[in-house]
Design a protein around this ligand. Structure first.
Ligand SMILES: [Zn+2]
Length: 321
């Protein structure tokens, strides 16, 4: 008898990934990834993903498909609301389209919720009943696990800690508000603000300038971390401001919901020990004395959405969703 397989699909902003797991196994049968071209659209994304999936499945029986999508999703209907990066996804019925193409039940959720579930079942969230997962990368997103289950809220929008306001008089965010966590703590925004300082004041940021050989457009979150590690005050200041904003947001969220654990993933979390100390200090400064929360780095890295997609499909098969 043919064993059943679970298929995990990750529609990311810049890359797609698909992985196949034999039911009950702890490691992939096979995993494939493809970088997106400079100007993808929804049709390209779906065709690419289906090609990856078909190459993996090769006629084997798939019991269920879990999907992580990098943008807001109407979970109940399996419909993508939109992508902030790729055109053509507006109100797209992704679950129905994939069910038709792959011949198996499909469950779709946004990447932060899916990664939260992945960390909860397979990563740094194991054993925690209530947790908040936050990714700090090109954006800042979050997902809740409450009572051991994903908590999506009334419209599937729970966990948007990136657009909670921590500095009301702060700089303008893409969402239209000022001083959001994402506006202060995400890699591209920190890089942009550092670049602005260097453009205004040629005497500042010598280490940063040297790292990009004077080409300020090359400054990104990773360059900021390197410059801070070498003692650049502009880079250190920017990372500290971001860490304080994030920690304030975490403290507010923890006061409100009282999770036992907060798990942080994404590129910016590799900024170094100092960044983590600053996030912890701002969190503690915001917490009520009676509220305690453990801050931990994510364990699954780039694969959190894939493992979460497996858990999502598994939940579906178990009838838990
Ligand atoms: Zn915002």
């Amino acid at each position: 008898m043919t064993a059943d397989f679970i298929l995990a699909l990750d529609f990311g902003g810049t890359k797609h990934a698909a992985a196949l797991l034999r039911h009950g196994d702890q490691s992939w049968c096979d995993v494939r990834r493809r970088l997106s071209p400079a100007t993808p659209d929804a049709t390209y994304d779906i065709e690419t993903m289906l090609a990856l999936a078909r190459a993996l499945v090769k006629g084997r029986r798939v019991a269920a498909v879990g999907v992580s999508f990098g943008g807001p999703v109407d979970f109940e209907r399996g419909v993508v609301r939109l992508s902030h990066h790729v055109p053509g996804w507006e109100q797209f019925p992704l679950a129905a389209r994939l069910t038709q193409a792959l011949g198996a039940p499909v469950v779709v959720d946004n990447d932060a919720n899916v990664a939260a579930l992945g960390e909860h079942v397979y990563g740094a969230g194991q054993g925690a009943r209530h947790l908040l997962f936050i990714t700090v990368s090109t954006g800042v997103g979050g997902g809740w696990i409450l009572n051991g289950e994903p908590w999506r809220g009334a419209e599937g929008m729970a966990g948007e800690i990136g657009h909670t306001v921590v500095v009301p008089e702060g700089p303008l965010c893409l969402c239209g508000k000022r001083g959001c966590v994402e506006r202060l703590a995400s890699g591209p925004y920190m890089a942009r603000d550092a670049r602005d300082i260097l453009e205004r004041d040629p005497a500042r940021g010598g280490i940063l300038r040297a790292l990009v050989a004077g080409d300020l457009t090359r400054i990104d979150g990773s360059v900021l971390s390197q410059a801070a590690a070498r003692g650049d005050p502009v880079a250190s200041g920017m990372l500290r401001r971001g860490a304080q904003a994030l920690g304030t947001g975490i403290g507010n969220a923890a006061n409100l919901v009282n999770p036992e654990r907060v798990i942080l993933g994404g590129g910016v979390t590799h900024a170094g020990v100092r960044w983590w100390e600053d996030v912890r200090a701002a969190t503690v400064a915001t917490l009520l004395p009676e509220v305690h929360v453990e801050l931990l780095p994510a364990a699954l890295g780039d694969e959190a959405p894939l493992w979460g997609a497996i858990a999502l499909a598994q939940h579906h098969l178990d009838g838990a969703l």
